[in-house]
Ligand binder design. Sequence first.
Ligand SMILES: *Cc1c(COP(=O)(O)O)cnc(C)c1O
Length: 463
Amino acid sequence: MEEIKVMLKEKDIPKQWYNLAADLPNPPLPPLGPDGNPIGPEMLAPVFPMNLIEQEVSTDRWIDIPEEILDILYRWRPAPLRRAVYLERYLDTPAKIYYKDESVSPPGSHKPNTAVPQAWYNKQFGIERLTTETGAGQWGSALAFACSLIGLECKIFMVRISFDQKPFRKIMMEVWGGNCVPSPSPETNAGRKILEEIPDTPGSLGIAISEAIEQAVTDPTGKTRYSLGSVLNHVMLHQTIIGQEAKAQLKLLGEKDPDVVIGCAGGGSNFAGLAFPFTQDKINGADIEIIPVEPTACPTMTRGPFAYDFGDTACTTPLMAMYTLGHAFIPPPIHAGGLRYHGMAPLVCQCIVEGLHSPRSIDQVECYEAALTWARTEGFICAPETSHAIAGAIQEAKKAKEEGKEKVILFSYSGHGLMDLTGYDAFLSGKLTKYSLPDEELEKTEVCLKDFPPAEMKKSGKW
Ligand SMILES: *Cc1c(COP(=O)(O)O)cnc(C)c1O
């Protein structure tokens, strides 16, 4: 048997995060405040600690990872790079399929890669309590985990539909000492308002974000801040250890650079974490196809306009230039809860504008079929979100077969699905159907965005 798993030693863990903002030909457009002017760092100060705001706006190419953070990450990092030979055999493809296994962290996804540094920098800044939102529960459990190790209180607003579908994630949060409530909740103005309008709403990430921000900024002691698990620049930054490790692991195997890099994208962080170090190579001339995959039910990158929009439903965040379905978008209750966000990381969006990344949407039925193929070949049960990356990798492996090319495909295995079995149950009992967002919904997007300043698509024309 050839080598099909590559481990790095503790001493080989990346010592710096990679900041793509340093290398993009055109930087992302600046976030705008309520007056339509670019915001300064101080405007984010009620929401985030200044040390993280500095990372958010940094254009330094490399940022050192503090030793104390590495000391926590060693629990599961460096993470394995695996080759999916059993899937390759089943597909009878000449392609080699590698995946970076982020499911091995204690909460079971890539999310602790940023939860740990975020909790650490907040603690350094004198913060005592973090609030956040969670969709499928992955982020909430990752932050509760990080807060328990670092010594912070953690309050989590969990999207109602997931709270009902995934009760075990809530229990995980409680095991790590977190306090989790369904959103919309009666605890905040934002939550009460939605509950009055739509009492049986399934909730959305946008609503939950509004609730978490409101609780952070209204704490009279000033010791509470808000923490976001995706979308923001500093989150993408923290995740880049994924791609840096993968590069070193492919090299150890003597493998050539990947032809295709794939990740599922909800807010963009696991995808960016794997893809940004390879995007740097692409900017410097490498020939790599880089594909973020999203659901056809929530087609932000493939059908949404590039526009200025709020990050949350209650319009409390700055306006960000991104692909978006509109902050009022309430996505259909698909099981890939982590992919139900209306927007996308501005850094990923700028890569799409440049043509560096080529987004794709895949229907949930094809994704669950891919997840079953995966479980019945490789053996592991993936998260519903991750199934989108697997479905993308299978599409690419089939294409390589048609073309007769021995391509190297690398994808991000963002998490396991052992807490998400209700989605598998729905699929196995034939309850899941194909669902593509109807065009009428996109008309609502246009109405929602019409009063915002236009977002210019700045493009170097190189890709
Ligand atoms: C949260 C989550 C995602 C989506 O979030 P990104 O920020 O786009 O990575 C994908 N996969 C898993 C397993 C998740 O928990």
